[in-house]
Design a protein around this ligand. Structure first.
Ligand SMILES: N[C@@H](CCC(=O)N[C@@H](CS)C(=O)NCC(=O)O)C(=O)O
Length: 226
């Protein structure tokens, strides 16, 4: 049985990706949630993760860290993680890699905080560029491969890589096209996304740095956490 080490569901965008792959595809795993400490994240996370970061997957005595490496490790052992159609798989891997290594303005401005609703103070040109590219990717994937998921009729890893953006779009009311909003609703409606969201809202932890990062982005409209 795998063990997936993750951080707070409210904040941890990187943790969401492999968690969603495992959960949607029904691959059995135990999760261990390590809430962000107020200091010394490195020392605390180094006890279970070589990089001092989450997510980290434990499979017997094998440790796999970094969300992309975890998903690729799982794909070696389970079907349906990437699309079986070759062009769809090539597109899905490219889009997931682009997400993994880019979109700095979106990451820096709009930290994931599932339970908050924020009205952005401003949309900088760099953020607008990231939003436009995400919209283009979502629209293109669905047009090319028929939807309702990014690389075809079935959920695959590329949807998991964009799932944190879906939560961010909900939190910050990001301006998206009708097609992109339709995709957003498809992902939010997944039972696995709802399970993550409900757990995020129920978490008791408030980590000051993450709280500040989110509130610095604009005006607080609602805090739906219990
Ligand atoms: N590229 C890594 C990024 C992992 C990452 O930055 N995780 C954050 C939590 S969402 C973390 O562990 N932060 C703790 C720290 O940076 O000290 C991945 O894909 O897993």
């Amino acid at each position: 049985m795998y063990t997936l080490h993750i951080a707070n569901k409210n904040y941890s965008s990187w943790s969401l990706r492999p968690w969603l792959v495992l959960h949607v595809l029904g691959i059995p795993f135990d999760e261990k949630v390590h809430p962000f400490p107020e200091s010394n994240t490195w020392d605390s996370y180094r006890t279970f993760s070589p990089s001092g970061k989450v997510p980290c997957l434990e499979d017997g005595n094998i440790r796999v860290w970094d969300s992309l490496a975890i998903v690729e490790y799982l794909a070696e052992q389970h079907d349906h993680i990437w699309p079986s159609d070759k062009p769809a798989r090539a597109w899905a891997r490219s889009a997931a890699a682009e997400m993994h290594s880019g979109f700095q303005a979106l990451r820096n401005t709009c930290g994931m905080s599932c339970g908050l609703r924020i009205q952005l103070e401003e949309i900088s040109p760099a953020l607008q560029k990231d939003i436009a590219r995400i919209d283009e990717l979502w629209t293109q994937g669905i047009q090319k491969f028929g939807g309702p998921f990014l690389a075809g009729a079935a959920f695959s890893a590329v949807d998991a890589f964009f799932a944190p953006v879906v939560f961010r779009a909900q939190t910050y009311h990001l301006p998206l096209s009708d097609n992109a909003n339709k995709y957003l609703k498809t992902i939010l409606a997944l039972p696995s996304m709802q399970a993550w969201y409900d757990a995020a809202l129920a978490e008791p932890w408030r980590e000051p740095a993450h709280e500040k990062e989110t509130l610095d982005a604009g005006k607080l409209i609602a805090d739906l956490r219990t």
